[in-house]
Design a protein around this ligand. Sequence first.
Ligand SMILES: NC(=O)c1ccc[n+]([C@@H]2O[C@H](COP(=O)([O-])OP(=O)(O)OC[C@H]3O[C@@H](n4cnc5c(N)ncnc54)[C@H](OP(=O)(O)O)[C@@H]3O)[C@@H](O)[C@H]2O)c1
Length: 242
Amino acid sequence: MQLTGNKILITGGATGIGFGLSERFIEEGNTVIICGRRDSALQEAADKLPSLITKQCDLENEDERIALYEWIAAEHPDLNVLINNAGVQNWMSLKDPEFYKKAKNEISINIESPLHMMLLFKELGSLHTIMNVTSALAFSPLTKVPVYSATKAFFHSLTLSFRHMLRNTDIELIEIIPPVLNTDLGGKGIHDSMPSIDLFIDAVFEQLKEEKTELTYGFSDKFSKIGQPEFQTLFGQMNPVV
Ligand SMILES: NC(=O)c1ccc[n+]([C@@H]2O[C@H](COP(=O)([O-])OP(=O)(O)OC[C@H]3O[C@@H](n4cnc5c(N)ncnc54)[C@H](OP(=O)(O)O)[C@@H]3O)[C@@H](O)[C@H]2O)c1
């Protein structure tokens, strides 16, 4: 994709990786719209990046996803890039009485929401790029975050299928596969000792310039290549291009 002159919607763009992407895309000469649940986080992001366009939206709610799409179609019909970045991570054990409730929340935000967003936004005539933010844990689960890991495996698999299904359209699908990074994912403080997102964002932009479609960094590169030659052959056999 061209890295300048786009109009981009970044879900969860007020914090962490989404904010890092917002900042860099603005520096590169793009218009960025972000959405999230917390007005305070959206306002804080807009204070740092005054050109940001913000929209409050709870992506767990199907009606709010549809309203977001309709608002974009009416107010920003030239939007050409959707970045499905918003996500939640719940640490839990089998003793957790809230296990099922937390699992449903992760499944809704990490799976249902981006799936629905892809279906909605592919109808926008101007759309040419979708980026999905998955995780290294899509390839090997961390059992402290069992449902989160499974949602990311689902999202990775869905991304492969959508890329294949969209191959005869003008829409390309790029997967961003972060390793663990210092953000507030899972709660404040949990990731404090992890690498900052700055070098990760640099690596994402380097790989976008190289027109890669699976963007990795650090150990996520190793994780994403586990058994890859065998997997690619199998995927090709199962999904022949006719
Ligand atoms: N940090 C890591 O180590 C890491 C590693 C691999 C993958 N990832 C992925 O990277 C993505 C970004 O996470 P992050 O690390 O940057 O954490 P983060 O700072 O917590 O960002 C998550 C963002 O998603 C938004 N969000 C959550 N639920 C939402 C909802 N129902 N509706 C709308 N927005 C919602 C949050 O905003 P509100 O709370 O205001 O809604 C927040 O801005 C996630 O998909 C995550 O799984 C992160």
